[in-house]
Design a protein around this ligand. Structure first.
Ligand SMILES: NC(=O)c1ccc[n+]([C@@H]2O[C@H](COP(=O)([O-])OP(=O)(O)OC[C@H]3O[C@@H](n4cnc5c(N)ncnc54)[C@H](O)[C@@H]3O)[C@@H](O)[C@H]2O)c1
Length: 356
């Protein structure tokens, strides 16, 4: 079953192999290329196409423009038994965040908690893939990042804060799914506007204002204007929170200083804040899992408001999409495949393999 008959379907392994080949041809190590590809393809599988493999052309342009170092390796410094710092050394944000979460998990396994601050990093895509790394290791987690200015602070009219996602998670029980929250503090993520632009689509009113501060449904005008924070001052405060923990605290850029992934003028200098927590600190793991089962069922079986057919747990819609796409393939539009293949041609790498 295809999602739409006019779409091009690509399998998980084909998408990953394609990305790895492009990155290796651009000087990225096989290990780091695997980590970037996993993060991007997970986003496509989960239906977060705004942060999937379509990001590759802009990432490669950063390498070509000399503002992202493809050969950089993240460096780890232990600060206390439960605190470490990663210097991303201006390489891809994905391996820096992966090392940070790996280290946080390892500290949490011994001490119950691990906290890692990351500086001089770059865009790490969809936060949920890092939450997933913790869930797969049986850990609860917090995953924060800052990002380039796109959102005004409440009462302001110019871009100052990033549309920086707040993400966290906890493993589920035997009869439930993991809790995975991953949300931008704006009405919609900025990547969704880039996706609409790529696909020649309009955006819903209420997502963004144009340069003159007027509501717009045109993605191009929206990208020149500002994103709107969700919940007014509360969304703006969450964006500030992401920047205090990820930017100020880590030693990376903050308060409007991060360079966006589509700005080729200088390094990103993105900061992240990553915490892993052992779920069985206050009770047995079995009891924790049973409590998550109870929680999940109380949420999804709660009384529905008019017009709602099904209540979902945070992360559940994405998990269902992933299950479907692992079987059916990831849907792309032809223009996206053409743009990806143009990169392959330029680098002399193999074109993307479609599913038959
Ligand atoms: N790295 C960066 O700088 C950056 C910046 C912005 C956004 N992003 C990414 O963009 C992505 C999109 O963010 P978003 O805010 O548009 O996400 P979204 O609005 O699609 O989802 C936000 C959260 O709400 C949950 N949710 C959505 N619909 C639901 C429903 N009907 N019932 C129950 N739960 C539901 C989702 O599971 C998710 O946890 C995220 O993955 C984020 O990490 C990354």
């Amino acid at each position: 079953m295809t999602e739409k008959p006019d779409q091009v379907l690509v399998g998980r392994e084909e998408a990953k192999a394609f990305v790895v080949a492009l990155l290796e041809a651009s000087g990225v190590s096989k290990r780091n290329a695997d980590i970037v590809a996993e993060g991007l393809v997970q986003a496509d599988l989960r239906g977060v196409e705004s942060h999937g493999i379509n990001r590759i052309p802009s990432y490669l342009a950063r390498i070509r423009n000399g503002v992202l170092d493809p050969r950089a390796e993240p460096a780890l410094k232990q600060v206390t038994p439960v605190v470490a710092q990663v210097d991303g050394n201006n390489g891809f944000g994905f391996p820096a965040a992966h090392l940070a979460m790996e280290t946080a998990i390892s500290m949490a396994q011994t001490f119950g908690i691990g906290m890692v601050s990351v500086k001089h990093s770059n865009h790490f895509g969809m936060s949920a893939w890092i939450v997933r790394q913790a869930v797969d290791a049986g850990m609860m987690s917090l995953v924060f990042t800052n990002s380039s200015p796109a959102l005004p602070v409440w009462g302001g009219k110019s871009q100052l804060m990033g549309v920086s996602p707040i993400a966290c998670g906890a493993p589920g029980g035997d009869n439930s799914i993991p809790f995975i929250l991953d949300m931008a503090p704006s009405v919609a993520a900025r990547g969704k506007i880039h996706k609409a632009l790529r696909r020649g689509e309009k955006i819903p009113e209420g997502w963004a204002l144009d340069e003159e501060g007027k509501p717009t449904d045109d993605p191009e005008s929206a990208l020149k204007g500002v994103m709107l924070p969700m919940g007014g001052p509360k969304g703006s405060a969450l964006a500030i929170m992401m920047d205090v923990f990820s930017g100020v605290f880590s030693g990376s850029a903050f308060a409007g200083g991060v360079t966006g992934p589509y700005d080729m003028s200088k390094p990103g200098d993105v900061g992240h804040f990553i915490v892993a927590l052992k779920p069985d600190l206050f009770m047995s793991l079995d009891e924790f899992k049973q409590r998550m089962d109870v929680f999940y069922h109380r949420v999804v079986e709660s009384d529905k408001m008019a017009g709602v057919e099904r209540i979902y747990f945070p992360g559940e819609i994405e998990q269902r999409t992933e299950e479907r796409r692992l079987k059916d393939g990831i849907p792309f539009v032809q223009a996206e495949i053409d743009a990806l293949n143009a990169e392959a041609e330029r680098l002399g790498a193999a074109k993307i393999q479609q599913m038959l």
